[in-house]
Ligand binder design. Structure first.
Ligand code: ATP
Length: 378
């Protein structure tokens, strides 16, 4: 075993040993949670994620909580559940959602978080009316907050953590609309100087996954950076990458942004809802940073510490973004392939990517599939 593998094993062993103590420390019993959520009543339910329903509750101390109740058919095993508990309980940053406790009793597994009254970022930016509640300055602050939260995960916390499912709906908003990254169910810890891993079980959300992760199962800080880039572009443009379509071409939001960027028409991308509120230099910078993050090759993408510097420093000169990964969208015939005319303009590499994509992407937005001949990094 190489040094990276050994260090990762040690890091994992450390957190697993910790788990026994942590579980006791964080344990909230079922009776308390049932009382807080009015026995998981229909009225208390605030959402439903890939792993099960989420309820709002109020503890006796009057603290508001969000209870993520793992459904028995969710596919999230005890391991993934423990993973989320271990990870979040060890992390403390103002841009990460705080875990208050967990419950493992009989068949029941629950995670108890601080309650975020303003739901998630997608609830605002993809809604025709609510998007007006997020003027430019707020969107910029949210972008910075997400960048700082991700930087903490990648570099500043005691562990190096790859989130693997960063997306607009995983950014929760507190009372002041500060962003908090949530949903660590499939996050992975890297040990020592490990920088990349492969998995046979690719889980994530189409529209946010980098090409190397979706196709090869390879993940690293750079695959999170790709997802971050998609989120940044969605924040500025106010449209969802996956749902985007355009009358003149078959590109997704990334491809569309790249086309306009190259034609020096980036400002045409800006969400109409904030037409009067944005700062041109900041908006252009965010689009450029977004495009740098979604570049096809991981080595071309910046790391999060550079992203934070780029976003917060007016005088930094940024490189020109190269072609994004996965920039073709869904055509009207519901295929992920570009039209043959457009496909002809692509390099053989990209044509191959498109073919593979067409084969692997299913209709469900959250999916899991196996890549052959890769070893599981776990
Ligand atoms: N701490 C919280 N406070 C308030 N609402 C929350 C909280 N956590 C989750 N929610 C709400 O519950 C919904 C479901 O969240 P969850 O994290 O389980 O899934 P998701 O991110 O929407 O989807 P997926 O599991 O497919 O990634 C979210 O849309 C969000 O509005």
């Amino acid at each position: 075993m190489n040094d990276g593998g050994l260090q990762r094993m040690l890091a994992l062993a450390e957190v697993r040993i910790d788990f026994r103590g942590l579980a006791r420390h964080l344990d909230i019993d079922l009776v308390t949670i049932a009382a807080a959520t009015n026995n998981f009543s229909y009225e208390s339910k605030i959402g439903e994620g890939g792993f099960g329903p989420v309820y709002k509750g109020v503890l006796e101390t009057e603290q508001e909580i969000a209870v993520k109740r793992l459904s028995k058919s969710s596919g999230q095993g005890l391991e993934e559940f423990k993973n989320e508990v271990i990870l979040i309980s060890k992390l403390q940053h103002r841009n990460l959602v705080r875990l208050l406790g967990c419950c493992i009793q009989g068949d029941e597994r629950m995670l108890i978080y601080e309650y975020m009254p303003n739901k998630s970022l997608d609830y605002f930016i993809f809604d025709h009316t609510r998007r007006t509640l997020l003027p430019w300055q707020k969107r910029f602050d949210i972008t910075m907050g997400i960048a700082r939260g991700l930087l903490y995960l990648h570099q500043d916390s005691r562990l190096r953590i790859i989130h693997r499912d960063l997306k607009t709906s995983n950014i929760l908003l507190d009372t002041e609309m500060n962003p908090k990254i949530s949903d660590f169910g499939i996050a992975r810890i890297f040990g020592g100087d490990q920088s990349e891993a492969r998995t046979k079980r690719v889980i994530g959300t189409y529209g946010y996954m980098s090409p190397e992760y979706a196709i090869d199962g390879k993940f690293s800080v750079k695959s999170d950076v790709f997802s971050f880039g998609v989120v940044v572009l969605e924040i500025v443009i106010g449209k969802k990458n996956r749902a985007f379509n355009h009358a003149d071409h078959d590109h997704n939001l990334l491809g569309h942004a790249w086309l306009l960027w190259k034609e020096d028409k980036a400002l045409e991308l800006v969400d109409e809802a904030m037409k009067d509120s944005y700062v041109v230099s900041q908006v252009k910078k965010c689009i450029q940073v977004g495009l740098l993050c979604v570049q096809k090759y991981p080595e071309d993408r910046p790391i999060m510490s550079s992203v934070v510097v780029m976003l917060s420093n007016e005088s930094v000169t940024l490189p020109q973004p190269k072609q994004p990964g996965f920039f073709t969208g869904r055509s009207s015939t519901n295929t992920y392939l570009m039209s043959s005319k457009e496909n002809d303009h692509l390099s053989p590499d990209d044509q191959e990517d498109n073919k593979i994509l067409n084969n692997v992407l299913s209709e469900s937005s959250r999916y899991s599939f196996s890549c052959t001949s890769f070893t599981e990094g776990r």
